[in-house]
Write a protein that binds this ligand. Structure first.
Ligand code: CO
Length: 202
């Protein structure tokens, strides 16, 4: 028998990356930048906008075919994007690849030796997101997103014996009864549960 050799019946491919979701630009003024893209290229106005305190930014999307331009405006100077602006000025900040399984992708990519900024997904403007470190990706900050859409999304990860469940759902603000019941049951079972809403304001 052959020993010490692992074979896999599956072809080597990465079907879980499904496309380019957005290209992100660091800006000082979202509204002024959106106006520039509208008057210069005839693009529509902002489609979704949200303040993300944990990331220290206000973020907004300009729709563009099956892709988007994301505008990131820092809430304060002492934030990641604030420091980026101080150092580089306005400009390209990151690209975002879409996946249908953010947990699976982060776990798989980690096994290839690429450094992750986020070991587990967190809440972003479009859904569940995770960043890869640019030192492992040729200098490009790469974000992955699993779009939650109308049906919401569930991400499950484990760290030792702690199971972490993240429920993301549009409009979920802590008052969704079904999500509350599910979250309580999971917590009673000893799991860490984080649930978060995706609120999109036109
Ligand atoms: Co982004």
């Amino acid at each position: 028998a052959v020993t010490g050799v692992q074979t896999c019946a599956l072809p080597i491919c990465f079907p879980m990356i499904t496309g380019l979701h957005h290209v992100a630009i660091a800006v000082r003024d979202i509204d002024a930048t959106a106006a520039f893209y509208r008057t210069t290229f005839g693009l529509p106005g902002i489609e979704a906008s949200e303040t993300l305190p944990d990331q220290g930014v206000r973020a907004a999307f300009i729709p563009l075919g099956n892709c988007r331009i994301e505008l990131l405006q820092p809430l304060r100077d002492d934030t990641t994007v604030g420091r980026y602006l101080a150092k580089h000025g306005e400009g390209l900040h990151h690209i975002c690849l879409e996946t249908d399984d953010i947990n699976g992708e982060l776990e798989r990519i980690a096994t290839t030796g690429v450094a992750l900024i986020d070991q587990t997904p967190r809440h972003g403007l479009a859904g569940l997101i995770g960043f890869l470190h640019p030192r492992s990706t040729g200098g490009v900050l790469i974000e992955l997103v699993q779009v939650t859409g109308d049906g919401g999304a569930l991400a499950v990860s484990h760290d030792g014996r702690v199971l972490r469940v993240l429920i993301a759902k549009p409009g979920l603000d802590g008052h969704d009864r079904g999500a509350k019941v599910v979250a309580r049951a999971l917590r009673d079972a000893g799991m860490e549960v984080i649930y978060t809403g995706i609120r999109q304001t036109p």
